[in-house]
Design a protein around this ligand. Structure first.
Ligand SMILES: Cc1cc2nc3c(=O)[nH]c(=O)nc-3n(C[C@H](O)[C@H](O)[C@H](O)COP(=O)(O)O)c2cc1C
Length: 138
């Protein structure tokens, strides 16, 4: 298994989830690089086989449009048939962005192994739940 994390964050909440994911995957003995989306090209990471993709809900119940959206559009055709875990923080939209994002992956023939969503900043208890969820994927 070759996991990788790519995320975008504006105010840090999604990064907290990314850090918890990295900690739990590495505790299992895997290397799990974690990159801010602007620091990588889709082609740099496409050889992984489990993608943890993180982005909060942004305007219009979508992923962030200037950095994460172009990356996602580049990545999708490169990872057809592979597995992703979608994660991120949201606020007022009741998680609608995650429903839209999940559907987009399904339409691209990408398997969504798990969806992790937290309103605002994750609590300690939510972090523990996230870690248990991630561990159960391996
Ligand atoms: C420009 C902007 C647009 C947003 N749009 C949505 C939205 O459509 N739905 C929603 O639930 N939250 C929306 N939010 C709230 C963020 O998803 C929420 O603050 C989240 O915790 C930010 O995560 P981050 O700290 O990882 O950036 C928006 C926030 C900003 C700044």
């Amino acid at each position: 298994m070759k996991p990788t994390i790519i995320y975008w964050t504006g105010s840090g909440n999604t990064q907290i989830i990314a850090d918890a994911i990295q900690e739990s995957v590495e505790a299992l003995g895997y290397e799990c690089p974690s990159n801010y989306v602007s620091d990588v090209q889709a082609s740099d990471v496409a050889d992984a086989d489990l993608f943890f993709l993180g982005c909060p809900a942004m305007s219009g119940e979508d992923v962030e449009e200037y950095e994460f959206r172009p990356f996602l559009d580049d990545l999708k055709p490169l990872i057809t048939g592979k597995k992703v875990v979608l994660f991120g923080s949201y606020d007022w939209g009741d998680g609608e962005w995650m429903i839209n994002w999940n559907q987009e992956m399904v339409d691209a023939n990408i398997t969504v192994a798990e969806k992790i969503q937290v309103q605002w900043e994750p609590t300690e208890e939510q972090i523990e739940t996230i870690k248990a969820t991630v561990t159960s994927l391996f």
